[in-house]
Ligand binder design. Sequence first.
Ligand SMILES: [Fe+2]
Ligand SMILES: [Fe+2]
Length: 256
Amino acid sequence: MRILMLGDVVGEGGRRLVEAFVPELRREARVDFVVVNGENAAHGHGITERIAREWLDDLGVDVITTGNHAFDVKDIASCFQREPRLIRPANHPPGTPGGGFVKLHTPLGQEVLVINLMGRVHMPPCDDPFRCVDALLARERADVVLVDLHAEATSEAQALGHHLDGRVAAVLGTHTHVPTLDAKVLPGGTAYVTDIGMVGPYDGVIGMKKEASLSRFLKVKGDKYEVAEGDLQLHAVLVETEGRRAVSIERIVRRL
Ligand SMILES: [Fe+2]
Ligand SMILES: [Fe+2]
């Protein structure tokens, strides 16, 4: 099975990259399953129902994951309740709207379980991702299990990769918006990358205009963030699985 996962899509530029390349990659790279992290799709903060519908209904996206920005858009919680393919971190506190994982059947009859997890180091409060995923895997079974690990600390991401090695097909990092060069298949057969990198404007600071971002380091009260525009790049990984294990992970980069 061939699985394509895109990192955090940031703003209008990121959405243009998804439109331009996801349907084409799905065909050309013979992709069976597509996961996209959408937590920054709406002006850099959160996701709207309209964006989620377009990706799921028209562009061939199978699952949308999120992270700390899951609920930034007003009234989006009801969309998480209605659409099981839009998920938020499973280790959000009990009672949080929506689901932290989803199980789907592919046209070839395989069952795919996608789990969204969030790290705890330098992140807003959430429950322990290690114990949360252990409990989930004790309950849920599927032919292929994928984890979107939304984490700030590279150490926590790598530790979770090793924790899950051999138990899931892939642990794929999101959140920092900066691609890391460590994509590999771990010894137990789990494809791993610390961060896929964002889908959006790379001429800025993690997707925001550099002037506004710099002002926040240089002044007592910085300027309001604005989404950057230049150097649009799509960063994704293509994972190939055989049975429950990954056999390869390859980086994909496209530019507009
Ligand atoms: Fe993000
Ligand atoms: Fe994030």
